[in-house]
Design a protein around this ligand. Structure first.
Ligand code: PEP
Ligand code: MN
Length: 255
């Protein structure tokens, strides 16, 4: 679980956070939970930051009722992206941790508000931010600090266009060698290509990261957002088994 002292203080636990890009219905997330039972920290977008304003924007407040219903039936921690400080009142009773998306890395007013809440923040790197800009932005959440800010490398914008983004694996290794933040990798947005997610998960474990954020949808081909990069829960379970087998080589334990 992301929001637990045993994970936040551990140097060896490697956490898999997964779920659909966007929460679309109760049935969708129920299906995901049933088929990916080993995932204890679920991420699904409720307020989506879409580049195209015509694209699906998420279920909004209504989605929070779905999470409350599902939390009564099964036990999991829930993390979702917050896009505006005005969402705190409705999100805070439901979420265990917050995601700050790439488009909001520079939203310092949002960061200052999250700093007051005390819950872990999965803090994605902006498309074109340097590591130093990313670390500077962490300075707006001083009370969370290295203990509760989890940096998430989700691919950066480069001259390369064959993949959606370019996974900056250097940044992960650099951060782990020079700082005490936990560092996650998001192989889904980093590549944008479903078949690349599995090998990037392997690379992520080998890089010394502390976990992965993986987009997984019960029927990826019908997803309302990011359908090309979401994997099925069956593929997710397969990747998890492979990571469990690899983990001892890297001094990690998959949770
Ligand atoms: C997401 O996690 O679904 C998302 C929108 O990611 P990013 O902020 O990395 O683009
Ligand atoms: Mn997505």
């Amino acid at each position: 679980m992301l929001n637990s002292e045993s994970y936040l203080q551990s140097k060896s636990q490697f956490l898999l956070i997964a779920g659909p890009c966007a929460l679309e219905s109760q049935e969708q997330l129920e299906n995901f939970i049933k088929s990916a039972q080993s995932i204890n920290t679920i991420r699904a977008g409720i307020f989506k930051m879409r580049t195209n304003p015509e694209s699906f924007q998420g279920l909004g407040e209504y989605g929070l009722n779905i999470i409350n219903n599902l939390k009564e039936k099964s036990s999991f921690q829930f993390i979702t992206e917050i896009t505006d400080p005005r969402q705190i009142e409705s999100l805070d009773p439901v979420v265990d941790a917050y995601q700050v998306g790439s488009r909001n890395m520079y939203n310092y007013d949002l960061l200052k508000e999250l700093n007051k809440l005390g819950k872990p923040v999965l803090f994605k790197r902006a498309f074109s931010a340097t590591v130093s800009e990313w670390l500077n932005a962490c300075g707006y959440m001083p009370d969370l600090g290295e203990h509760k800010i989890i940096l998430c490398e989700r691919g950066i914008r480069t001259f390369e266009t064959s993949t959606r983004n370019t996974l900056d694996i250097n940044s992960v290794i650099y951060l782990k060698q020079n700082h005490n933040f936990k560092v996650f990798i998001d192989p889904s947005h980093a590549s944008g290509i479903r078949s690349m997610v599995r090998p990037l998960c392997h690379v992520g474990l080998a890089s010394g990261a502390d976990g992965l954020l993986i987009e997984s949808h019960p029927s990826p081909e019908c997803a309302l957002s990011d359908k090309n990069q979401q994997i099925t829960p069956t593929e997710l379970n397969q990747i998890r088994s492979e990571l469990i087998a690899m983990a001892p080589l890297f001094g990690k334990e998959i949770i």
